[in-house]
Design a protein around this ligand. Structure first.
Ligand code: ADP
Length: 495
């Protein structure tokens, strides 16, 4: 254990002359040393082996083992002990030899008290300085070790963060990134720090913002805006940045956190679409109902009964479409929540579809359309399905075909067996759908808006409901269409 500077240093005087030992003890103890004495080399070595000694005054000429030998043994035992040799004038050479072998200093014999004091003081100073240096070194190692653990702990935490982190210096150069950041931005996992932020992020405005923050442009942090990045792969990230401030309040750079908000954005979009759609769809029929009812009431007063019937039936139609919209919304939310309670039972699909076709025939007739049902060549195996689901799927498809086919067109519904499946095609000679919309029409609320569909009302929920039901039955739905010629929706249902 290293002694602190407050502890008295222990000195051992090894000399065969009693006077020298006692004289030295007097001088040294007055100087504040704790003094031990030995009259022979062996005795001195024993003391050194058992007691902690800092300085040894060692007579070179002693009976028994001589001083040089004792010095060699001390050096072997403990390299830190400072040995000062005491030697007669005649043996200056020996003193020099002793210095070569590791003694710290020497005093000639006989010596004045002052001479001893000077040498002892010098040794003490040297010792204390060495100890201080040792303490400082230990402190430094301890601090470094502490810093190292702290550093690795922080770096492990940053590496494991689910959000992307990038840190820049005052020039906007990246000094640190974590794996989540590299993943989110599609950067190679071994992309190292070092380049300007613009080498990591394509969005110029965001790079400018981060560079400005890094340079210390923002004094009020509240002013720093959150930034939304739209990545090429359709993902959305929200970047939140803060300056990194040093001890003297200088700006050292910026730290940016990236959060994946793709799901939030999608929800947000759907929510707005939903609200817009619902309010739009509810507003106009409701106002019509309102106006018409107002008229009916007015006419009732004036007694014009014939027109009332017409107005009332229009009001009924509008309420009907509102009820349908609400019904669609409810169906869809149930299908999406997985809580649609299908009650499957064995049924002949051609019989179910025949019923639907017959039901919709009146609508087709009012548009002068041919609605044909082409049955299978051979009787089909029954399928196990919920009759309500079958009705909803094909009711929607055939009703769409009637709606999106001009007057005089043709709708052909064909049913046939296809290996382990039953294939039902609903083919029309209608407006058709442009290829770029084909995968969109199964999205909620999506409606193609063009010259042909402009005056057709609908919710955009029919096909999502159809797809949701077909999926839940383990089937597949696909569509082919040529604008101006017609569309063909194909449903494959497992037997
Ligand atoms: P809605 O019919 O209420 O608008 P759907 O989800 O049933 O909603 O259909 C979405 C869109 O797909 C329709 O607005 C229409 O543009 C298009 N579409 C559906 N069926 C046909 C079809 N048979 N022919 C042409 N377009 C169609």
């Amino acid at each position: 254990m290293v002694k602190t500077t407050e502890d008295p240093l222990r000195v051992l005087v090894v000399d065969d002359e009693q006077d020298i030992r006692d004289g030295s003890e007097r001088i040294l103890s007055r100087m504040g040393f704790e003094v031990l004495k030995a009259s022979r080399g062996e005795e001195g070595l024993e003391t050194i082996a058992t007691t902690e000694i800092s300085i040894v005054f060692l007579d070179l000429k002693m009976p028994g083992i001589d001083g040089l030998e004792v010095l060699a043994r001390i050096r072997e035992m403990n390299r830190k002990i400072m040995v000062i040799v005491i030697t007669g004038f005649a043996t200056v050479e020996t003193a020099i030899e002793a210095m070569k072998r590791g003694a710290y200093d020497f005093i000639p014999k006989p010596f004045e008290p002052d001479q001893m004091r000077i040498v002892a003081n010098r040794a003490r100073e040297k010792l204390l300085l060495t100890r201080e240096a040792e303490l400082l070194e230990q402190e430094r190692i301890k601090t470094l070790a502490h810093l190292d653990t702290e550093k690795s702990r922080i770096s492990t935490i940053i590496k494991s963060l689910p959000n992307g982190v990038a840190v820049t210096n005052a020039n906007g150069e990246v000094v640190l990134t974590n794996p989540a950041f590299r993943r989110q931005l599609g950067l190679p996992s071994d992309k190292t720090a070092g380049g300007h932020i613009s080498a990591y992020i394509d969005d110029k405005d965001l790079c400018q913002l981060i560079t400005d923050i890094s340079r210390g442009k923002f004094i009020d942090y509240e002013e720093i805006p959150d930034y939304e990045v739209n990545l090429a792969d359709g993902k959305f990230l929200r970047a939140r940045s803060q300056p990194v401030v040093g001890d003297r309040h200088e700006c050292l750079g910026a730290v940016v956190i990236f959060e994946n908000i793709t799901a939030l954005k999608a929800m947000d979009r759907l929510k707005s679409e939903f609200v817009a759609k619902v309010s739009h769809e509810l507003r106009s029929p409701l106002s019509t109902i309102h106006e018409q009812l107002a008229l009916v009431l007015k006419d009732a007063v004036e007694g014009k009964d014939a027109d009332d019937q017409h107005l009332l039936s229009r009001a009924k139609e509008k309420t009907q479409s509102l009820i349908a919209l609400i019904g669609d919304l409810l169906d869809l939310s149930r299908i999406e929540a997985g809580s649609v309670s299908l009650e499957p039972k064995p049924l002949q699909i051609e019989t179910s579809i025949k019923g639907i076709v017959e039901f919709l025939m009146t609508r087709a007739n009012t548009k002068d359309q041919k609605l044909l049902l082409v049955g299978p060549k051979e009787p089909l195996q029954p399928i196990v399905a919920d009759p309500m689901a079958i009705e909803s799927i094909f009711g929607n498809l055939i009703s769409n075909a009637i709606t999106y086919t001009p007057e005089g067109g043709e709708i052909r519904v064909s049913i046939e067996s296809a290996g382990p499946n039953i294939r039902v095609e609903v083919k029309d000679t209608g407006f058709g759908i442009d290829a770029k919309y084909l995968n969109k029409i199964f999205e909620k609320f999506y409606r193609v808006k063009d010259e042909n569909t402009r005056y057709i009302t609908g919710t955009g929920l029919g096909l999502p409901i159809v797809k949701g039901l077909v999926d839940s039955m383990g089937g597949i739905i696909s569509v082919e269409s040529i604008p101006g010629e017609g569309s063909c929706f194909t449903v494959l249902l497992p037997v």
